[in-house]
Design a protein around this ligand. Sequence first.
Ligand SMILES: Cc1ncc(COP(=O)(O)O)c(C=O)c1O
Length: 291
Amino acid sequence: MKQAFEPLVPSTFRVPNTNWFRAPEGFKSEEEFGIWAANRLEEAILFEGPETVAAFYVEPIQNSGGCITAHPAYFKRVREICDKYNVVLVADETITGYGRTGEMFGCQRYGIEPDMMITAKAITSGAQPLGALFMKDKFFEPFTQGTVTFPHGYTFAAHPVACAVALANLDIYDRERLVDNVRTNSPVFRKTLEKLKDLPIVGDVRGDGYFFAIELVSDKSNMQRLDADQRERILRGFLNPAMYKAGLYARADDRGDSVVQLAPPLTCGPAEFDQMEKILRPLLEEAWKKL
Ligand SMILES: Cc1ncc(COP(=O)(O)O)c(C=O)c1O
């Protein structure tokens, strides 16, 4: 007889995200909410037993929940908790790394002090597959002696062509001052997308840098979420193909709440933001009628 599936780590404890739009009632500020959310991490570590917790991963802007930002106080408190329980703090900069937030790394933008930092995608602007892991000296130290190896190999690791592309790509970043471009124009991007808040289907516009989400709701008065049928029809059935057809490469997604996510190339500016708004407005109006 087959045995029932047992997860490797049988935990049921979930830490909350930092979505201010959907924060529980009663918080006076995003800072207060952020500290509350971080304190739940301490509870989780104690629940699991600190000796069993190796690491905590944060994204400077959380991707799959729909561009969820956090107040810097959240990251500060998380750092304190990780230090207290000897938990490694890992920043997942797969999306936010290399300029997307308006600093080279999201950690710089939000004052996060990670022990390790994962990066990928924009290190080559996607032209070659490459990832890079940064870590504090103390984690690398055992490998400097020539007596220890990290037994984790894969076929194309450290491929010289991908590395050369990354270096050339980062030269272009410097030459074209791409990170400055994001920092300068991000407020314009936000303002342009916020124009869409006059539409009944738009509940929230959130994000930072060149990474924003528009959260869709079926009733603004109570932030009513789209139900499963609406998500299927509106996000996958209508918006994704319609945006693509209209020339806007964006993603309607419901891994968290229902959002349209926008992560434009770092070369964009106000003219492209206007174009995005012009494409999205009639599509979101139509989506509302189809709800
Ligand atoms: C924040 C974040 N972490 C990790 C990943 C996974 O990266 P990979 O596909 O390189 O494993 C992604 C992919 O989109 C991501 O957005």
